[in-house]
Every structure is written in structure tokens, then in C-alpha cells.
Ligand binder design. Structure first.
Ligand SMILES: [Zn+2]
Length: 338
């Protein structure tokens, strides 16, 4: 959560995205959001697939727990614009203190299971390499009714990151009984710590990563849980991470590689961008021949895309509705960098 700049130029493009999705994003992630970095104008399959860092047999798993906004004043020059991102401050309660308390409890639970834990401040070690990276934040809203937790992976989602998200979602919901607020994640996916293309101080490309908004400090029930029963919250997070580590196949290096896609355009004049990968899902945008598609995930014959046309939306398009283009990929929308 971030409470400065809310009326600045940072908000307009992000609001644009959020409104397109029918959901108003909180200021928290807007301030830290970045668009996906443009893919170089290369073929739609990667030409070089780096091998994930091999880990010697018997090496204990390593997990990074990032405490949202912690020591943000120490961020390096490349992220200087986030130095004032101090998080929510709700009725005498600072988000960073809630994040830190929960993260320390998660660290204790994981360490007891033989896992090596790094408690990471806002500044991520360069190309941070670990078996899992979880950024821990808490949310705020102008409405005290908004509640629940949110989870998101980076724009380019490796199978491992998706697996981590699903394990964490299931275990966190089971432990906390909080509802999952799934509608606003587009603004979390551009989280600066995920952006290894743009920043030195970011996760390594192959580190499975998620950002978790643990609940709303502005909602009485969520706040009571986050501050009154932090061990339950921490158990939900630790159980999710442990479940992922238990279920994954450590020999499946390909699962760690984020997909890379090229530039696409519509195959016909009547391509619909939908809110979900289904022919009955709500239409967010009718693409035009001028529309350019940035693809960041493929699932069951559908692409998850960011489309730039008259307006920018994120949604789903049938793979068969697009054709590869040799043009440079669409420029990303204005970011909080600018
Ligand atoms: Zn935050």
C-alpha cells in the first residue's frame, strides 16, 4: 500500500487499466506497478534458454520473504522513485510493521522445517536466486467493506510461479478463511521486484515468485486477523510455500523458465478480447486490425494478452484468432517510471 502520489500522473494509466477490468485498484500496487518490459523483436520462441542455477543434491531449499516497504528509504538509485513508498498507514497502524511481523513468523516456521530463509527488505539482492520468492504486503481501500487477500505472479508466468500461486492460495484461504479477491491482480503483476529486465535489484528470471496482499487493513475483520492472529496468517503462508516445495519436481528445470512470446496481430477484424479464457466470458474489447497484442501466457488454446489500441486492456484471446507479426512488440503503456 502506498499513499503518496495518488493524484499524480502515476495513477492515470493504471486507473485506465483498472477501470477496463471493472475494478478500481488500490493505490498500493499502482505506485509500484510497471508494465511488462517489451520483448525484443525476436521470434516467438526463445533462441537461448538459460539453464536454471543447478543446486547440489542435499542443498536445503532457499526461500525469500520480502517485507513490503521495509527500509524503502534505502532503495538504490534505479528504484529511487519508490523510496517514499512507505505503505499504508491506517488509524495508527503502519503496513510495513504488519508485513514485518507476519514475515518474521513465516520465517520461523520455515526455518524449523530446515529451509534457508532470507528476510528481504524493499531492496532485493541483485538477480535474487531462490526456490521461491514471496513479497508480503497488506492492502488498503477507501471502502472499509473491501476485504480478502490477493495473489499475483509476474507478467510472464513460469509454470513454477503459477504452481506457487495455487499452493499459496489454497493454503492461505484454508488457514485464514479470508476470501480471495481475484479481480485486481493486473496491477500487482508489474511489481518492481519481478522486473529482472529493467532492474538489477530484482528476482532472477528463474526464481518462482508471487506477491501476496494478505488482507485489508481498512476492513475491521481483516485487520483483526492480520494484527490479532498473526500466527494464523503466517501459518497460511508457510503452509503454502511448503506445499509448493513438496509438490514440485526439482528436476523440472523447464518449469522455471518464463514463457517468451513475440508480437501478434488479429487474424480477422472481429477478434474479441475477453475477461477469461472462455467464449462466454465478458468482452472487454473488440480488437481492430491496428491492435497489437503483447502475449504473456498461453492456457488451453487461449493467450493472456495486453492489447494496445484505442485503449489498453488485459484479457484473453483465442490463440487461433491471432497471427504472429514481425513488427516490434507494442510499446508498454506509460509506467510509474515515467
Ligand atoms: Zn504494500
Amino acid at each position: 500500500m502506498h499513499r503518496t502520489h495518488v493524484l499524480s500522473h502515476l495513477v492515470a494509466p493504471a486507473l485506465f487499466l483498472a477501470v477496463a477490468l471493472g475494478a478500481l485498484a488500490p493505490a498500493s500496487t499502482l505506485a509500484q506497478q510497471e508494465p511488462p518490459a517489451p520483448t525484443p523483436a525476436t521470434p516467438s520462441v526463445p533462441t537461448v534458454i538459460p539453464t536454471p542455477t543447478p543446486r547440489p543434491a542435499g542443498t536445503p531449499p532457499r526461500v525469500g520473504l520480502q517485507v513490503g516497504h521495509w527500509k524503502s528509504n534505502e532503495l538504490p538509485d534505479e528504484l529511487s522513485r519508490l523510496r517514499t513508498s512507505t505503505g499504508a498507514y491506517v488509524r495508527g497502524l503502519a503496513e510495513v510493521d504488519v508485513n514485518l511481523d507476519i514475515a518474521r513468523r513465516v520465517a520461523a516456521l520455515l526455518t524449523a522445517q530446515g529451509i534457508v530463509v532470507d528476510l528481504i527488505p524493499a531492496t532485493v539482492p541483485p538477480s535474487y536466486d531462490a526456490d521461491a520468492f514471496v513479497a508480503i504486503h497488506a492492502d488498503g481501500s477507501s471502502s472499509s467493506r473491501a476485504r480478502g487477500f490477493k495473489l499475483a505472479t509476474p507478467w510472464r508466468t513460469s509454470r513454477a510461479s503459477q504452481h506457487l500461486l495455487e499452493a499459496l492460495s489454497a493454503e492461505y484461504a484454508a488457514a485464514t478463511r479470508l476470501p480471495r479477491d481475484g479481480g485486481i491482480t493486473v496491477n500487482m503483476r508489474g511489481y518492481y521486484a519481478f522486473n529482472y529486465r529493467r532492474h538489477t535489484h530484482a528476482i532472477a528470471r528463474t526464481t518462482p515468485a508471487v506477491i501476496l496482499e494478505t488482507g485489508f487493513l481498512t476492513n475491521p475483520a481483516d485487520r483483526a486477523l492480520l494484527t490479532g492472529q498473526p500466527d494464523i496468517v503466517a501459518a497460511g503462508i508457510a503452509n503454502g510455500i511448503l506445499r509448493y516445495l513438496r509438490e514440485r519436481d526439482p528436476s523440472d528445470g523447464a518449469a522455471l523458465i518464463p514463457p517468451e512470446f513475440g508480437s501478434y496481430r488479429a487474424a480477422s477484424p472481429t477478434v474479441a478480447v475477453r475477461a477469461a479464457p472462455s467464449d462466454t466470458a465478458r468482452v472487454l474489447l473488440q480488437a481492430t486490425p491496428e491492435s497489437r497484442f503483447f502475449v504473456f501466457r498461453e492456457r488451453d488454446g487461449w493467450f493472456e494478452v495486453m492489447v494496445r489500441g484505442n485503449r489498453t486492456v488485459t484479457g484473453w484471446v483465442r490463440v487461433s484468432d491471432l497471427v504472429a507479426s514481425n513488427e516490434p512488440p507494442p510499446a508498454p503503456p506509460p509506467s510509474s517510471d515515467s
